[in-house]
Ligand binder design. Structure first.
Ligand code: NAP
Length: 327
């Protein structure tokens, strides 16, 4: 079954320039960390990807170890592309990363040239692609010289296996250095992917300023705090939720104190005519330094709900004050 994309898909919202680059991204992008692994229902994965593309989402984010099992999200995505979306390849921005543990032994983790470049070859094979649009160093490596890690990204771009280079989870200081090395190599850093949401605001202490002054884009991951900044847990822990799976989001994280905050935020969102998920995304997008928010979704309904955030990304001072008080 080939997918015939919605002809109106580019009239949904405007695309945002990524830093000083020539690339524009949708304000909401879709990540495949959860819900697209070999353990997840394939038809649901197909539905979510198709719906995202039909709604104007052109950017899909992966990593070598997304699944479970590791590698399987890239396989799922490759299959969907081949079966249904191959003719739209030039309309898609596909990213992948290497930096966390992927295979045993000394060459399957962190930031050596050996690991990054062989991992990229493996990712391309799993997705059936000739190139990815963005290749990231997934995390800084305290032992490998940053020149080697950035040199591997530069090589990936020069060899045509990636169009742009990105970094993820680098501190403000580490980012400055990485950006400088990439500039010296002639492959500017396109984008940084940090964790950023209402509950985790470390990027406000320097990183966002570095990215703005260097002209690098920013795509916050886990903008909904893995589902906590939604209505998902207001009435307990649903059996099909991420917290119930208790791997990356622990049930213990959903304390009565957090629930009280979520409930207060939910009321502010309702007064704005938004769901909490929508308000949490709008709150990030109000900052012009944020290029796109990188959401996850376990259903088409969640995706549709989250995308409606774009209808209102303005906040009054009073609303911002109330939110700060909750946080
Ligand atoms: N660079 C890195 O180190 C790194 C790390 C983590 C993530 N990421 C990237 O960021 C992407 C997003 O991360 P994330 O999945 O943690 O993002 P998130 O958007 O914070 O959380 C997604 C989860 O929230 C729930 N949800 C989403 N929309 C909802 C809605 N409208 N209403 C109610 N619940 C909703 C769903 O939980 P249920 O599954 O419970 O339904 C969904 O799986 C990843 O796929 C990956 O691409 C990168």
């Amino acid at each position: 079954m080939k997918h015939l994309a919605n002809e109106d898909r580019y009239n949904q919202f405007s695309y945002k320039r990524c830093g000083k680059s020539g690339l524009k991204l949708p304000p909401v992008s879709l990540g495949l960390w959860h819900n697209f692994g070999g353990v997840d229902p394939y038809e649901r994965s197909v539905d979510i990807i198709h719906r995202a593309f039909d709604l104007g989402i052109t950017h899909f984010d992966l990593a070598n170890n997304y699944g479970p099992p590791y590698g399987s999200a890239e396989e799922t995505f490759g299959k969907i592309l081949k079966q249904n979306l191959a003719k739209y390849r030039d309309e898609l921005i596909i990213s992948t990363k290497a930096g966390y543990d992927m295979w045993p032994g000394p060459y399957g983790d962190f930031g050596s040239r050996k690991y990054l470049l062989s991992s990229l070859d493996q990712s391309l094979a799993r997705m059936g692609l000739e190139y990815v649009d963005i290749f990231y160093s997934h995390r800084p490596d305290p032992e490998t010289p940053i020149e080697e890690t950035m040199g591997a990204l530069d090589h990936a771009v020069r060899s045509g296996k990636a169009l742009y280079a990105g970094i993820s989870n680098y501190s403000a200081e580490q980012s400055k250095k990485a950006i400088e090395v990439l500039n010296s190599l002639g492959t500017p850093c396109l984008i940084h992917q940090p964790k950023y949401n209402m509950f985790d605001r470390w990027v406000e202490d320097g990183l966002l300023d570095v990215l703005e002054s260097e002209g690098v884009g920013c795509i916050p991951f886990s903008p909904l705090a893995q589902g906590m900044l939604t209505n998902r847990y207001l009435k307990g822990i649903p059996a099909d939720s991420r917290a119930a799976k208790a791997h990356f989001l622990k049930k213990e994280s959903i304390t009565s104190e957090i629930l009280a905050t979520i409930s207060d935020l939910n009321k502010i969102a309702a007064n704005r005519g938004q769901s909490l998920a929508q308000m949490a995304l709008s709150w990030l997008l109000k900052d012009k330094r944020v290029t796109s928010v990188l959401i996850g979704a376990s259903s088409v309904a969640q995706l549709e709900d989250s995308l409606k955030a774009l209808k209102n990304i303005q906040f009054s001072n009073e609303e911002l004050g109330l939110i700060e008080k909750c946080l």
